[in-house]
Design a protein around this ligand. Structure first.
Ligand SMILES: [Fe+2]
Ligand SMILES: [Fe+2]
Length: 196
């Protein structure tokens, strides 16, 4: 699956488009483009990055019932059930990508799983980081600080990951939202790693 050609990519785009609203499909195209840019900068297979970026939100618009059924079907930890779409569409979404789009590249599936939560520095491959950052920085994003985040990420993918984790945690805490424990762990791990 790594070596997808243009024809396969076009077919994949069509499959993604039929499962998403127009605005989210456009987001996926931009994430794919940004992932290719980051892949070039970081010596990564561009096609793998293009595919992972394209399909990262494939399951984002599924219902809660569909996610819960998939958790059962795939025997994923039942503790996942208490979370919602923001976590499910990555962690469980990878299963939809595997089953429906027939993508079986474990590296792509893992990048999809991690794109909503991040992970510790030992647990993120370059592809995981590229998709995580492309989702955050794609050209349709206009949050305060996005230019700084893009500049930091151009200089260092690792520093970009840490920037995103720090700002996402601070945003969620500011809104008094519940924070997924793995995201906390990821933040602590990166803080320790990058301070050395
Ligand atoms: Fe997402
Ligand atoms: Fe996304």
């Amino acid at each position: 699956m790594v070596a997808v050609d243009q024809k396969e990519l076009a077919a994949l785009k069509e499959a993604v488009r039929t499962h998403l609203s127009e605005h989210r499909y456009e987001h996926c195209l931009r994430v794919s483009d940004y992932a290719v840019k980051l892949a070039k900068q970081n010596g990564l297979d561009e096609k793998q990055a293009a595919v992972a970026g394209l399909v990262h939100d494939y399951a984002k618009e599924r219902t809660a019932a569909e996610f819960l059924a998939k958790i059962d079907e795939k025997h994923l930890p039942t503790s996942l059930k208490k979370w919602g779409n923001p976590i499910w569409h990555g962690v469980v979404g990878a299963e939809f990508v595997h089953d429906e789009l027939k993508i079986d590249d474990p590296a792509i599936l893992e990048a999809i799983r991690l794109h909503t939560t991040g992970a510790g520095h030992h647990d993120m491959t370059t592809l995981d980081k590229v998709v995580f950052m492309a989702d955050y920085l794609e050209t349709g994003r206009h949050f305060p600080g996005v230019e700084e985040a893009r500049r930091i990420t151009d200089e260092s993918l690792n520093q970009g990951v840490f920037y995103q984790l720090a700002h996402t945690l601070s945003y969620l805490a500011g809104k008094e939202h519940v924070i997924y424990p793995k995201t906390f762990d990821a933040y602590n791990d990166w803080a320790e790693y990058l301070s050395k």
